[in-house]
Design a protein around this ligand. Structure first.
Ligand SMILES: Cc1cc2nc3c(=O)[nH]c(=O)nc-3n(C[C@H](O)[C@H](O)[C@H](O)COP(=O)(O)O)c2cc1C
Length: 182
């Protein structure tokens, strides 16, 4: 019989130069998830990189994004992903998290980065998700490493390896998802 149940996992991603998008593709395949790509055209091009750096440094938490919202009612587990900018998740992801309602959702933050991020900002992101009604379950940090790894199989391999170490967390959440359907 055909499975008419809607998908329960959503991957939302903002990616400036493609690396986090590659990580998102791995998650989409792994969890058979739906996806939403956030666009923020103000950061495109050379001036855009400068603006991104300045806003991230100043800990700006809102910016113009497309789309701003999405009907997330069917999802139980939501992955939110972005690169790290100035040791913190990128501004467009803060904007998405600050606008949307995560009531009764399990939320996992995933980030790609190439040198360092600060736990302080991950905790602040967790606080924001919880203030928006969500249950923050995990942070997946994917060290992209050298520029040659950009968007490459190494990003996917690193994430696959991290996911296999974290299987218990996700089995538990998805188990709950399947149970809630019965
Ligand atoms: C404006 C800007 C700021 C960045 N700041 C950091 C940082 O503080 N720490 C870090 O490890 N990487 C930093 N990076 C590197 C990115 O996090 C890394 O290259 C990421 O994998 C890019 O993902 P994307 O291709 O999805 O945009 C920064 C990149 C940009 C463009």
């Amino acid at each position: 019989m055909e499975n008419i149940n809607p998908r329960k996992v959503l991957v939302v991603v903002y990616s400036f130069s493609g690396t986090t998008r590659a990580a998102a593709e791995t998650l989409i395949q792994h969890f058979d998830a739906d996806s939403l790509v956030i666009q923020a055209s103000q950061y495109e091009g050379k001036p855009g990189v400068w603006i991104a750096g300045m806003q991230a440094m100043r800990k700006i938490r809102t910016t113009s994004i497309t789309p701003e919202t999405m009907d997330m009612s069917q999802y139980e587990l939501i992955f939110l992903g972005s690169p790290i900018w100035w040791f913190s998740p990128a501004v467009p992801l803060w904007a998405f998290a600050g606008i949307n309602d995560f009531t009764n959702k399990s939320v996992v933050l995933f980030n790609t980065y190439n040198s360092r991020y600060r736990e302080k900002y991950i905790s602040e992101f967790q606080d924001l998700i919880e203030a928006r009604g969500g249950s923050f379950k995990d942070h997946i940090a994917i060290a992209r490493g050298s520029v040659s790894k950009h968007g490459s199989p190494e990003v996917r391999q690193e994430l696959d390896s991290l996911l296999s170490q974290k299987e218990n967390i996700y089995e538990h959440i998805i188990g709950e998802v399947f149970c809630s359907d019965e």
